[in-house]
Design a protein around this ligand. Structure first.
Ligand code: TXA
Ligand code: MG
Length: 330
């Protein structure tokens, strides 16, 4: 880990905008997770993102905009529903997939006819995007600033661990408040599709649209975060019902397996010797801490991570989605 983690002062943000304008990579905080940014209109700079992450080049990136007035530079034939969502949730953790204009080139869109757009709410992200626009920039392409397939970063230190050697600057804006990625909504004509559950609840989206978006299926646009195995710690991780977890711990202890646990409602059994993290019981707190908790448990060097399965109600949809991917095995 070599890169320059820099506190996100006004001066640092201005230098970061200058680096972006020169085609360099800058990691920056958003309210969801940290992003690995490059000038979205510069194919050379965007290619560097794929190289740094080890991400396949046909996986499209999200273009981050300073405000919704930039929407029509990147997207055409914008459905009324998409505009309503932008009005309701931007700035915020919502990404819209829309038909692209020529400004959205093949590198940033992975060659698709659509482009992903988002206006983040984090003050550092907003200041960076505004400073970049003031230099004539059009938007900042940014995937989560982690190595491909790994757990997303929610602190500057997480970025430095994964990509420290590959970025010109890491802007430190503290831990991310939402903690899981944006909700992605695509439009098939006028019909909304939920591509990825995330920071904005599906129920809140349904209220604005007047209908619930359909869940995107396999034939839908490519989205790397929607691959079955993603957001994954290196240690094998398993979802276990609260009721079965104590017995499972006993069984693994008898086999001398080192175990790390992400609990929610359960308390640590006195005889348990491994790393135990008690996650917040509320969904917002749980999501905020999730990736930092997975990274901490991964670092415990255990043979397995056991994760207490979260509740089944709709509010936990995005968290359950991430946990299903973190624990997926082929
Ligand atoms: O919260 C977030 O969305 C964070 C922060 C940094 O903004 N970004 C993020 O980016 O999660 P990434 O690349 O890790 O995930 C973005 C997802 C990917 O699964 C990508 O394939 C999908 O959005 N995506 C982007 N453009 C798309 C398009 N045109 N069609 C379908 N999926 C698209
Ligand atoms: Mg990602």
């Amino acid at each position: 880990m070599t890169a320059t983690v820099v506190s996100a002062t006004a001066d640092a943000i201005d230098r970061a905008a200058g680096l972006l304008a020169r085609g360099a990579l800058v990691a920056f905080p958003t309210e969801t997770v940290y992003g690995l940014g490059a000038d979205a209109a510069n194919p050379e700079a965007v290619r560097a993102i794929f190289t740094a992450k080890g991400r396949p080049s046909d996986h499209p990136l999200i273009v981050h905009l300073p405000d919704a007035s930039h929407l029509d530079a990147w997207a055409r034939d914008v459905p009324a529903g998409a505009r309503a969502l932008a009005r309701a949730f931007w700035p915020g953790p919502l990404t819209l997939i829309l038909p692209r204009t020529p400004l959205a080139g093949d590198t940033v869109t992975g060659g698709q006819d659509t482009v992903g757009l988002r206006v983040p709410a984090h003050p550092v992200a907003r200041a960076l995007l505004a400073a970049f626009a003031a230099r004539g920039g059009h938007g900042v392409a940014a995937p989560s600033a982690n190595r491909y397939g790994h757990v997303s970063p929610t602190t500057a230190a997480h970025v430095a661990d994964d990509l420290g050697a590959q970025v010109a600057m890491i802007l430190d804006g503290g831990p991310c408040a939402v903690g899981i990625e944006s909700t992605i909504v695509a439009f098939d004509g006028e019909a909304p599709l939920l591509v990825r559950p995330g920071g904005v609840g599906a129920d809140a989206i349904a209220r604005v649209l007047g209908l619930a978006p359909a869940a995107a299926t396999a034939g839908a646009p490519r989205a790397s975060g929607t691959h079955a195995s993603h957001y994954a710690p290196r240690t094998a991780a398993f979802l276990v019902d609260a009721r079965s977890l104590p017995a499972e711990l006993v069984r693994l202890a008898e086999r001398d397996e080192a175990v790390a646990v992400l609990a929610r409602s359960l308390t640590r059994p006195p005889e348990f010797e491994g790393r135990w993290i008690a996650a917040p019981g509320d969904v917002d707190g749980y999501a905020r801490d999730l990736y930092a908790n997975l990274r901490a448990l991964d670092a415990a060097g255990a043979d397995a991570i056991l994760i207490e399965a979260p509740p089944l109600d709709a509010a936990w949809l995005a968290v359950r989605d991430r946990l299903a991917r973190a624990t997926h095995r082929d």
